[in-house]
Design a protein around this ligand. Structure first.
Ligand code: PLP
Length: 221
């Protein structure tokens, strides 16, 4: 059986190779370990193996793991799943970063938690019904509304292209996100997952969100 350390090494070498091809420094890209569905022990193991940035999709699920992992030295937890406004207060308490802000209303709810919070705006670039995120046409307004929230620090944009097993299919979505971020003076781009992280890095990603390639496939509950 391939262990976690080997998988981390494998992902690390993919990231390093993509950075080299794109003429970028390795330290321009953060590896976010996506631990949704896996037990808290997986976060403890990944932290022991050197990972520090973790992504979770569900407030309720992370609530049960947080007491076991929130004290880990240097660890930061990012919410990368859709956030309903009635869970925003709890999310603001549990996470250091919320990557899925998609409206001014949600931003103001998070701002009311009265704790400094780093946020990104999720942009919906595909027409798939199931995808959340702010419509590109509304982005200028949402950026302004987030920036008007004193407790929130807006660092960048996040997106999730329609799923395809061809990594090249993601490229136009990644390029579009980069253009939108540049237009708003935002430096962080959360884009790229297990199957298309190389394409994302070539298109300027500063954070790849990797689950399967690190922890194996997620069993459906
Ligand atoms: C699950 C998930 C990931 C990780 O996907 P993998 O294909 O397992 O690497 C990344 N981003 C978001 C938003 C996710 O929900």
């Amino acid at each position: 059986m391939v262990g976690l350390k080997d998988r981390i090494d494998e992902v690390e070498s993919r990231i390093a190779a993509a950075c080299a091809r794109a003429g970028r420094r390795r330290d321009e890209v953060t590896l976010l370990a996506v631990t949704k569905v896996f037990p808290a022990q997986v976060i403890l193991d990944a932290h022991a193996a050197g990972l520090r940035e973790f992504g979770e999709n569900y407030v309720q699920e992370f609530e049960t793991k947080a007491p076991l992992v929130s004290g880990l030295d240097g660890a930061r937890f990012h919410l990368i799943g859709h956030l309903q406004s009635n869970k925003s207060r709890r999310a603001g308490e549990l996470f250091q970063v919320v990557q899925t802000v998609d409206s001014g209303k949600l931003a103001r709810r998070l701002n009311e938690c009265c704790r400094p919070l780093e946020v990104m705006i999720e942009v919906k670039l595909s027409t798939e019904e199931s995808k959340y995120g702010c419509e590109p046409a509304n982005l200028p307004q949402v950026v302004d509304e987030v920036r008007a929230c004193p407790n929130l620090t807006l660092t960048g944009l996040m997106t999730m292209p329609p799923w395809s097993d061809d990594a090249e299919a993601s490229r136009p979505y990644f390029a579009r996100l980069r253009q939108l971020a540049a237009a708003h003076g935002l430096s962080q781009l959360s884009m790229g997952m297990s199957h298309d992280l190389e394409t994302a890095i070539e298109e300027g990603s500063t954070m790849v969100r990797v689950g399967t390639a690190l922890f194996g496939s997620r069993k459906r509950a």
